[in-house]
Write a protein that binds this ligand. Structure first.
Ligand code: NDP
Ligand code: 2IT
Length: 444
């Protein structure tokens, strides 16, 4: 199959999966030229094998709430590609979860993990379970029910899940506990575990910190410093919180954060103390970002995203397609000169085109948010060696990896005019490594 035929073929064979087509379209259009320079790729039908997941496991998850009512959700694991190493990627618990979303995430993870320089394949999974408003005991029972099915498909050398939306340290710990009981082994089958039982230091921070490290690398290419820059961040979960923490430590001023209800605009900046309030609000009470505006007397905009506020830099860190073409044009009109994605595929194709046309610095999630997967890879290494590195050691390795990802993007994405197309760079660099490994391992 030719590379330009694959998208139509997928649409025909797998109807109604828009996020999946969107992720595939972005990759195939950036690799087409390189792909066609390698006739052996087409002879081996590499593109079709690369776009269709190796395997999808789906199952029913039944659990009882605190009142004794019995609920059934769907559970999934999309094992996309394991040519570089064990399947590896997040687990998402959100009411919107479906196969289109998980297939896009697993596809994207394959290239992201390739970029990390570590030996990991790509996967993603989750459930349409909605964790909002659930008690701790309900979360625990759900995680246990979910793993009762999933455990037979994962393992430290086969598939290593981690967190994503709705899945943090608490959920990983419950899933890991149940896995251990069923598998009768104590191995690093999940990443993002508690530090007391094999988790890596800096893993909770890694995605947000990594995104800021990547942003810094981009800014350096234009001789721009991060100090005093005004940054709009979306989201207020794991990725957003540590993005803001790192930005603050470097002297930037973060003026927005958001959740699924709306966003806050605090022109004085969300400093360390205010961030502590958000961390408590979100991590302990599962509260709403609106409460920040009540606490600190700033603006809250219900049902909107923060892209209409003036900023120098935007770091979308909530969810897919949260930044549209119209949002992108508004950001550009307000003088925004850099966008670095903490979330997975947060900008729509129209927004990405607008950033590219304007020639601003724009980093796609699969490069900029690869810090989380990278430290997950480092957690796997520590577990395999049965030792643990200090926070400083892990942070240093994370910085080296983010620098290397930036270099790979420059290598494959530098345009004749000297600008870097980070989408093209990340996709080609990620793809070439996977393609070479697939060619070497034969037709499978
Ligand atoms: P969390 O669950 O910790 O936080 C998610 C945040 O995004 C919350 O503020 C949530 O609001 C908001 N959000 C979720 N869905 C929507 C929606 N449909 N519309 C508006 N807001 C929404 O997740 P993470 O921080 O871990 O993940 C955020 C993004 O980062 C995802 O795209 C994920 O794939 C990506 N990512 C995460 C990594 C990790 O290590 N955790 C690694 C790499 C990428 P609310 O509280 O109202 O639900
Ligand atoms: O999207 C992602 O990279 C993640 N949710 C984390 C994956 C991982 O294996 O740490």
């Amino acid at each position: 199959m030719k590379v330009n035929e694959v998208l139509e073929d997928l649409k025909r064979r797998f109807p109604n999966e828009p996020e999946y087509y969107q992720a595939v379209d972005e990759v195939v259009s950036s690799i087409e030229e390189v792909y066609n320079q390698h006739p052996e790729f087409e002879t081996n039908n590499l593109i079709e094998r690369l776009c269709i997941p190796d395997r999808i496991v789906s199952f029913r998850v039944t659990w009882a709430d605190d009142a004794g009512r019995v609920h059934t959700n769907m559970g999934y694991r999309v094992q996309h590609n394991n040519v570089l190493g064990p399947y590896k990627g997040g687990i998402r618990f959100h009411a919107s979860v479906n196969l289109s979303i998980l297939k896009f995430l697993a596809f994207e993870q394959t290239f992201k993990n390739s970029l990390t320089t570590l030996p990991m394949g790509g996967a993603n999974g989750g459930s349409d379970f909605n964790p909002k408003g659930k008690s701790n005991a309900e979360i625990m029972r759900f995680c246990q029910a979910f793993i009762t099915e999933l455990w037979r498909h994962i393992g430290p050398d086969t598939d290593v899940p981690a967190g994503d939306i709705g899945v943090g340290g608490r959920e990983i710990a419950y899933m890991y506990g149940m896995y251990k009981k069923l598998a009768r082994e104590n191995t690093g089958v999940f990443t993002g575990k508690g530090v007391e039982f094999g988790g890596s230091l800096i893993r909770p921070e890694a995605t947000g910190y990594g995104n800021v490290y990547f942003l810094q690398e981009m800014l350096v290419t234009r001789g721009i410093g991060i100090k005093d820059k005004v940054v709009a961040v979306s989201g207020s979960g794991n990725v957003a919180q540590y993005t803001v923490e790192k930005l603050n430590s470097l002297g930037a001023r973060v003026v927005t954060m958001s959740d699924s209800g709306g966003y806050i605009y605090d022109p004085k900046g969300i400093d360390a103390e205010k961030l502590e309030f958000i961390a408590e609000l979100k991590n302990l009470y599962r509260g709403r970002i609106r409460e920040y505006a009540e606490q600190y007397g700033c603006k809250y905009v219900e049902g909107a995203r923060p892209w209409y506020e003036k900023c120098d830099i935007a770091m979308p860190s909530a969810t897919q397609n949260e930044l549209t073409g119209k949002d992108a044009r508004t950001l550009l009109a307000n003088g925004c000169f850099a966008v670095s994605e903490g979330a997975s595929m947060p900008s729509t194709p129209e927004a990405v085109d607008a950033f590219h046309e304007a020639g601003i610095l724009y980093a796609p999630g699969k490069a900029a948010n690869a810090g989380g997967a990278s430290v997950s890879g480092l957690e796997m290494s520590q577990n395999a060696m049965k030792l643990s590195w200090t926070a400083a050691e892990v942070d240093e390795k994370l910085q080296v990896i983010m620098k290397s990802i930036h270099e790979q993007c420059m290598k494959y994405g530098t345009l004749p005019n000297g600008c870097v197309n980070y989408v093209k760079g990340a996709n080609i660099a990620g793809f070439m490594k996977v393609a070479r490994a697939m060619m070497a391992q034969g037709i499978l």
